[in-house]
Design a protein around this ligand. Structure first.
Ligand SMILES: NC(=O)c1ccc[n+]([C@@H]2O[C@H](COP(=O)([O-])OP(=O)(O)OC[C@H]3O[C@@H](n4cnc5c(N)ncnc54)[C@H](O)[C@@H]3O)[C@@H](O)[C@H]2O)c1
Length: 251
């Protein structure tokens, strides 16, 4: 699929990895609609880069149905669904103040895993109505996992569970949608310089960056966006999770 012909929705596109992806796609002349619950930032970025914007809560069926319908109507269809919306949480299974709150565990899985599935299943229904692209594909879905799916740290039970779900559903999703010629991929980022990570403070960021073997720094969101663009263009990539982490393995 040529980037310039792509009609993409980007969840979490108001910030961080999603914003970098929306920015790079727009710069390459793709049609883009940002879907985010942060209306203020989403609308401002959309106006800056020439994208559309739809307010959405990825966990809400009605909200996502409405946003995908509007995005498809405005762009003349959807050929790429890029799921970057997510939250980071940290809580021990049994901490000083007692057991992990069940609500926070549920909320993390609800947004990161169920929210991604909610968006992709509705986007797939829209993609199934597309004509075939020149490469024979109808569409591509890229979900955002994390290296915590494989080497989660203390306090990451909920986050790792949500991202492990993203990783492990990649192959069955690709198999489910193969006959429709819709591909499904996931990216498992290491540590990237985004507002999510910046919230941890510069000391923590420096420590995280020092652990990355090569290159010894945090990832640039544009590097994530470049991989998304490659996945869109490379029709033979399907059913796989790609680590993007400078060889970082969390201890
Ligand atoms: N930054 C990293 O180092 C890193 C590493 C691994 C994985 N990830 C994953 O990448 C994704 C993007 O992270 P980021 O660092 O860009 O974070 P970010 O906080 O900068 O951006 C996340 C975006 O998702 C949106 N969002 C959150 N919940 C939502 C909901 N219910 N409905 C709609 N939008 C919602 C937020 O408004 C925000 O714009 C997340 O899934 C995160 O877990 C990030």
């Amino acid at each position: 699929m040529r980037i310039g012909d792509t009609k993409a929705i980007v969840t979490g596109g108001a910030s961080g990895l999603g914003a970098a992806t929306a920015r790079m796609l727009c710069a390459s002349e793709a049609a883009v609609t940002i879907l985010d619950r942060d209306t203020e930032r989403g609308m401002a970025l959309a106006a800056e880069i020439g994208a559309g914007f739809q307010p959405v809560d990825v966990t809400d069926e009605a909200s996502v149905t409405q946003a995908i319908g509007e995005a498809a109507a405005q762009m003349g269809g959807i050929t790429a669904c890029l799921n970057c919306a997510g939250i980071a949480t940290a809580e021990r299974t049994l901490g000083k103040s007692g057991p992990h709150a069940l609500d926070s565990f549920r909320r993390t899985v609800e947004i990161n895993l169920i929210g991604s599935f909610n968006v992709l299943r509705l986007a797939a229904a829209e993609m199934a109505t597309n004509d075939y692209e020149s490469d024979g594909c109808r569409g591509v879905i890229v979900n955002t996992a994390s290296i915590a799916a494989f080497d989660g740290q203390k306090g990451q039970a909920a986050y790792a569970a949500s991202k492990g779900g993203i990783a492990s559903m990649t192959l069955p999703l690709a198999r489910d949608l193969a006959s429709l010629r819709i591909r499904v991929m996931a990216i498992a980022p290491g540590v990237f310089r985004t507002p999510m990570l910046e919230g941890l403070g510069s000391e923590v960021m420096d420590t995280l960056a020092a652990d990355v073997p090569n290159p010894p720094r945090l990832g640039d969101p544009a590097e994530f966006a470049r991989l998304v663009c490659h996945i869109i263009e490379n029709c033979y990539l399907n059913g796989e999770v790609i680590r993007l982490d400078g060889a970082l393995r969390m201890t």
